[in-house]
Design a binder for this molecule. Sequence first.
Ligand code: F6R
Length: 637
Amino acid sequence: MCGIVALIGSREAAPQLLEGLRQLEYRGYDSAGIATVEADGSPGAPGRLHCLRAEGKLVNLTARWEAEGAPGHCGIGHTRWATHGKPEERNAHPHLDGSGRLAVVQNGIIENHRTLREELQAEGVTFLSDTDTEVIPHLVARRLRELGAEGHAADAALLLRAVQEVLPLLHGAYALAVVWADVPGALVVARRQAPLLIGLGEGEFLCASDTPALAGFTRTILPLEDGEVALLTPLGIELYNAAGARVQRTPSLLSGTEHVADKRSFRHFMLKEIHEQPETAALWVARHLPEGALVALPLDEAFYEGVEEIEILACGTSRHAAQVGAYLLEQLAGIPTNVFYASEFRYAPPPLVPGMLTIGVTQSGETADTLAALAMEQERRLGHGDPAYAPKLLGITNRPESSLSRMVPHLLDIGAGIEVGVAATKTFLGQLLAFYGLALAFAERRLAAGAPVGRDRQGLETLVAELRALPQQLQQLVDDHDRRCTELAHLFADTQDVIFLGRGINYPIAMEGALKLKEISYIHAEGYPAGEMKHGPIALLDARVPVVSIAMPGMVFDKVLSNAQEAKARDAQLIGVAPAGPDTALFDTLLPVPEVDELLSPLLTVIPMQLLSYHIAAHRGLDVDQPRNLAKSVTVE
Ligand code: F6R
C-alpha cells in the first residue's frame, strides 16, 4: 500500500520522481506528494526544502509542480493509500518536522504512533496531520538536536545516525526515505517488512517500492534486506544492517521486461491483461509441460518428500486460486489440503501436525497479511523442535524479487509479466496454472509410490494433453467473450446486486466473478456454492437480481442446472457460463465455454467472469484500473 520513490543525482529530481510515482500509482492513488532539496551552490551550505502535495490522483500533483516547481537534485515522493487519516492534502506525504526543513515519506504502518505522538506533543510538538508517519520527521529532528546538529556543520553522517537511532523506536512494518535541507546532497532510506529497492543509474540513484518505478532508469538494482538502512549521496551507497554494521552486497540485474508497464492500444490495463492470458498460458505450457515428461517444476525431489498435508495462506483473488488449488491437491493428488485467509490464520492457526507443506500465494509477493502468516507459521514450527514438524514453505508469486521470495526456500514464479490493473486477472490464471503443475507433480509421485490419487497414469497424461491445448482455447474465448460481454454490459446499467453460482471446482470461480464485479463496478455481488442458495440467499432473488451460473459438464452438472432452475422460478435473469447445447437452453443469456475435463474448467470459466466485470465497469465509465479505495499491493495488515 502506498508507493515511495527517492532520487539523488545530478539532474532535476522532480520529473523523475513524478515519473516513478506514475509507475507506482497502482499501489495507492488517493493523494500524492514530493519534496526536493535545492542546494545553495556553495559546498557545505544548507539548502532549501520544497514540498508539494495534492489530494486525488497524481495529475493533480503534476499540475501543482508545473505551476509552482520544485527545484533540486535530491528528493522524495509518495503516492498514498490512506491508512491513518482521510485522503486529504494535509494527510498526504511528505511529512515535515517543525522547522519545515526535514521531510519523510513512508509506506507501512507505525503501530505505536499514538504513544510516540503523545510523547512528542508533551514536549510541545504540533502535529499537522492525522497520520502515523508524521511522528518520524519529529523524532528524527529531535534526535538531530540531541546529537548537536544545531551549531555544528550538518553532515550526511549525522542524518544517517539520527535515522538509525530513531528506527528502533518505531514498531510495525515500514519503508521510508528522509531528506534534510541542511544536507542537500544526502538521502537516507530504510526498510522493515515493507519493500524497498535501490536502482543504480549513472551517477544517480533511484529508490522505489517496486521495480516499475525504475523503468527507463536502470536495470541494475540493490533490493534492501529487512532492517537495512542506506545513506545515498551522488558518490555512492553506504549500506548498514539493523545492528548498524556496514554491509557490502553486489547489485543484481532485472531480467526481461517484467518492470515495463505499457497499455499498448488497449483502453485499460485490465483489458490488456485479460487479453494477455493466452500468452501467459503458452509460456507456462512451454516451461512446465515439456515433451516426454508429465510436468517439470523448479522444485527438487526432496521438496515432495514427507508431505502429508498442505495448508495454503492467501488473500482475495489469490485465495480463490488457492481454493481451486486445494480442490486439485485433494481430488487429483490425494493430499488433505486446507485454505486459510492469511489475515485469520495468524490469530487462530490450526493445531500443529507433522508433514505439513505451507504454501503462501500472493501475486505481488508483498501482501502483509500473507507474509505475516507465513512468518508466524515458520516460527511456531521451528519452535517445536521435532524435525517432523519443521517448516516447509513454498511461495507462489508473480514477483520473484519480492519479499515473499526472500522469505521462502521454494518458489513457483508464475511468470505472467507485470500486472498493473488493480483487479488481478492474468496473475490469477498464472496462480491456477501453478497449482495444476503442483497437483500433477504430487499426483505423479504418489501414483508411483502406490498412494491413492484421483487419476491413473493415463488419466494424468490426458489432462496434460488437454492443458497443452489451453492457450489456443483461451485465445478463442477471450476474443469471443470480449465482443459478447461488450454487448451484454448495457443490461447491467441499473443493476445493484448480482449473484454468482458455481459448485465443486467452479465454486471459487463464482467467488472470483463476484469479487471482480464488486471491486471495479461497485455493484454488490455475492458468490455462492449453487447448492447453498436454497438455504437462505434465494430470498434475495427477483427480476432485478441477475444470476450468473457456472454449469460445466461433470460431477455436479445436473445439480447446478437444477439450482439455476430454482433461480429462474424466482424470475431471476439467468446468465449461463456453460457449453452450448440443449441442457443449457434454460439460460436467458449464454456465455459459451467449450466442454473440457471438469478439472480443467476453471481455467476457461474465469474468462467470461473477468470480461463481464470489465465491460460492466467500463460501460459505467468507471476508473477500471484504479478502483476507489483499493491498491494493488496491500502492504499493511
Ligand atoms: C482482487 C485483488 C485482491 C488481491 C489481494 C491479494 O482483484 O487483486 O483481492 O488478490 O489483495 O493480493 P496478492 O495476490 O498480491 O497477495
